[in-house]
Write a protein that binds this ligand. Structure first.
Ligand code: NAI
Length: 335
């Protein structure tokens, strides 16, 4: 039995993401939680003739914790797209003040009602909200670093698309699976184009074009924020990306393991974490390709950083910025 719970299910990301999860034949139960509008979203999705049983949960007041508890009980996988999105001119860090407490309270609910669930964090700023979830679960004595995933998949999706756009007669986005490491905001996003399937075409680009391409991946979210002109940030592409990671994790529950990039806690209990930490100046969190199995993250594929010599400078900048983002999240819970 696979039960998936979406926290923030009535939002711009939550709705299309829940639709995609409703279509997955491996999902038996789809549980939708939000503080507004979720009964309508749940009723709508429940008419779709796929097997996932759909239920929605709306708290009756700010103090009501029962709805969240009922939504979460028995979940194998919890996806969190709850919180406010960016408006033009905002950075992801500007969202911290509002989203930090939303994510903390939802994590408390997870600790109390679904401590064994795999947790996917979409709410921004991911570089800080993932440490917030980890610290909250630690406080409750239920943290398992193998089960916490910061969702950076949209950066990979963009990296694949933007490279293919530069070579319309030679490539399709699906030809690539660019490994994007670091974090999920601006210069902490480091696409490793010089490694893997993308290498051949990437090498054809001039130094200037390479720089433009990397900048587009790092700040691609701004294109959507500007085009939506105050009506939010990426929702449809994000729902696709969030689903892609969720689907990989669901697949890994029952068959062979898969490899995906995720922003994770480099805890020593995970294979490869000690080596990974050495490569990122001892940071506690970083996005790496990881091998995922039935119980979560099995191994960090850190070696890619040794291969990516061309991106060394970008990595140094990312590491520097991440230190502050991570500390901010940790301090929010420890204070
Ligand atoms: P939205 O405003 O359309 O939806 C957010 C939903 O969260 C709303 O339905 C709202 O009622 C709900 N919510 C607020 N507080 C809640 C709480 N305490 N419990 C449950 N639900 C709650 O925003 P959108 O566009 O869906 O974005 C959501 C988050 O995802 C934002 O923080 C955004 O920055 C982030 N995001 C992350 C990306 C990534 O790559 N990781 C990409 C794009 C957005």
């Amino acid at each position: 039995m696979v039960k998936v719970t979406v926290l923030g299910a009535a939002g711009g990301i939550g709705q299309p993401l829940s639709l995609l999860l409703k279509l997955n034949p491996k999902v038996d139960e789809l549980s939708l939680f939000d503080v507004v509008n979720v009964p309508g979203v749940g009723a709508d999705l429940s008419h779709i003739s796929t097997d996932a049983k759909t239920d929605s949960f709306l708290p009756s007041s700010k103090e009501d914790k029962t709805a969240l508890g009922n939504a979460l009980k028995g979940s194998n996988l919890v996806v969190i797209p709850a919180g406010v999105p960016r408006k033009p001119g905002m950075t992801r860090d500007d969202l911290f003040n509002i989203n930090a407490s939303i994510v903390r309270d939802l994590s408390q609910g997870i600790a109390e009602n679904a401590p064994d669930a795999l947790v996917l964090v979409i709410s921004n700023p991911v570089n800080s909200t993932v440490p917030i979830v980890a610290e909250t679960l630690k406080k409750n004595g239920v943290f398992n670093p193998k089960k916490l995933f910061g969702v950076t998949t949209l950066d990979i999706v963009r990296a694949n698309t933007f490279l293919a756009e530069l070579f319309p007669s030679e490539a399709k986005p699906t030809d690539f699976n660019v490994r994007v490491v670091g974090g999920h905001s601006g210069e902490t996003i480091v696409p490793l184009y010089s490694v893997g399937e993308s290498k051949k075409l990437y090498e054809k680009l001039s130094a200037e074009k390479k720089k433009e391409l990397i900048h587009r991946v790092q700040f691609g979210g701004d294109e959507v924020v500007q085009a939506k002109n105050g009506a939010g940030s990426a929702t449809l592409s994000m729902a696709y990306a969030g689903y892609k990671l969720a689907e990989a994790i669901i697949t890994a529950q029952s068959s062979s393991s898969v490899v995906e990039c995720t922003f994770l806690n480099l805890d020593s209990s995970i294979k490869g974490a000690a080596e990974a930490k050495k490569l990122v100046k001892d940071l506690d969190y970083f996005s790496f390709p990881v091998k995922i199995g039935p119980n979560g993250i099995e191994e960090i594929k850190y070696d890619i950083l040794n291969e990516a010599t061309e991106e060394k400078q970008l990595l140094d900048v990312a590491i520097d910025q991440l230190t502050k983002n991570i500390e901010k999240g940790v301090a929010f819970i420890k204070k």
